[in-house]
Design a protein around this ligand. Sequence first.
Ligand code: 5GP
Ligand code: ZN
Length: 111
Amino acid sequence: MDCIFCKIAAKEAKSSVVLENERFIVIKDINPQAPEHMLVITKEHFTTLLDCADKGLLGDMLLMAKEAAKKAGIDESGFRSVINTNEEGGQTVLHLHMHILGGRPLTGRMG
Ligand code: 5GP
Ligand code: ZN
């Protein structure tokens, strides 16, 4: 499958890896929208959040987001965790991932 995040998870494409375990890889976003902008990517391919019903995996994704925020030193100052879904949700890469943004006051309102 021609999926950039599958390739990154398989180390067939380059990325800056922040954290990794058996189910996720956390990388720095190539086009950061804040001083810290990371992506928690599932190693298994799910096209969108709608395609994943694995409660354990989805819960672990949030735990991974917390760990990444701690590692980046933005846990105490604050951060935002976002999953964009489908076109109007702003999803551009069709492989489930969560954004973690921080490192400055995030002033944008939801939507
Ligand atoms: P989405 O718009 O799907 O929620 O988020 C996709 C994110 O992936 C964007 O913030 C974009 O900058 C990032 N991105 C797209 N391609 C690559 C890539 O090849 N490497 C990295 N590190 N980030 C990518
Ligand atoms: Zn994929």
